[in-house]
Ligand binder design. Structure first.
Ligand code: C5P
Length: 223
């Protein structure tokens, strides 16, 4: 990482899962360790940026000199993002946000019955990154992630367009790759190009991704 490339720039990153409560002891959430987002925060800091990480429930140390805001639900994450966007140059949406939440959160623990099935009605959560890209004064460069089990490139390309992103980092999730492991590979797609970053430790992958983001950020914003 070339130090100073992002000096004077502000980077906001979401990381980890969000948890949506069902009752006081249970929740719906995604599998996510937050490792990729925290590694990106570290790489952005090394490049000289002022970095804010908005983290769902994860057990990770905050990189030195990175501002951290802890959240639990998607709504809390959306509010923290909103509060952090002023003067944000690059927004990186790495969080594995829960797509649904219970319409009614039970105030008491749901008791288990061995005979009957139960139903929990769910509603979609707010799409944080789409809210960001639809803002009037949106950050100059917005990066999303797509974790898929199949049709990786096709789904990622459609998300790039639908969510109005400048770049999307797509990864296959499965055995030894993706969630909760230290290694990952990414297929990076932007509006007029793409590049594959092969399987490597997330710390190194984050630096390579950051290098690409910086290149595309300046290519877009120097015109
Ligand atoms: O649609 P999907 O969840 O696969 O899209 C992934 C991208 O959208 C990621 O960048 C993720 O952080 C973001 N996202 C979001 N809010 C949601 C769902 C996904 O910001 N509710």
């Amino acid at each position: 990482m070339v130090p100073g490339l992002l000096s004077g720039k502000q980077v906001v990153i979401t990381a980890g899962p969000t948890y949506e409560p069902i009752d006081p002891v249970r929740f719906i959430g995604n599998r996510s360790s937050g490792k990729m987002g925290f590694a990106i925060a570290q790489a952005a800091k090394e490049a000289g940026a002022k970095v804010t990480i908005i983290a769902g429930p994860v057990q990770l140390a905050t990189p030195t000199a990175v501002r951290r805001i802890n959240v639990e639900t998607t709504e809390e994450m959306a509010l923290a993002v909103e509060d952090s966007l002023e003067a944000c140059d690059i927004f990186i949406s790495c969080a594995a946000v829960s797509d649904y939440r219970a319409i009614q959160v039970q105030q008491e623990k749901i008791k288990k019955t061995s005979e009957q099935s139960i139903q929990i009605e769910l509603e979609p959560t707010i799409d944080i990154v789409s809210t960001v890209t639809n803002r009037h004064n949106k950050p100059s460069f917005v990066v999303g992630f797509a974790a898929e089990t199949h049709n990786l490139t096709e789904y990622a390309k459609s998300k790039l367009a639908r969510k109005k992103l400048d770049m999307i980092a797509a990864n296959l999730v499965g055995e030894n790759q993706g969630f909760a492991v230290d290694d990952n590979a990414l297929h990076i797609i932007w509006t007029d190009g793409e590049q594959t970053l092969p399987l490597m430790p997330k710390t190194q992958l984050a630096r390579e991704l950051m290098t690409l983001i910086i290149k595309r950020f300046y290519a877009k914003n120097s015109i």
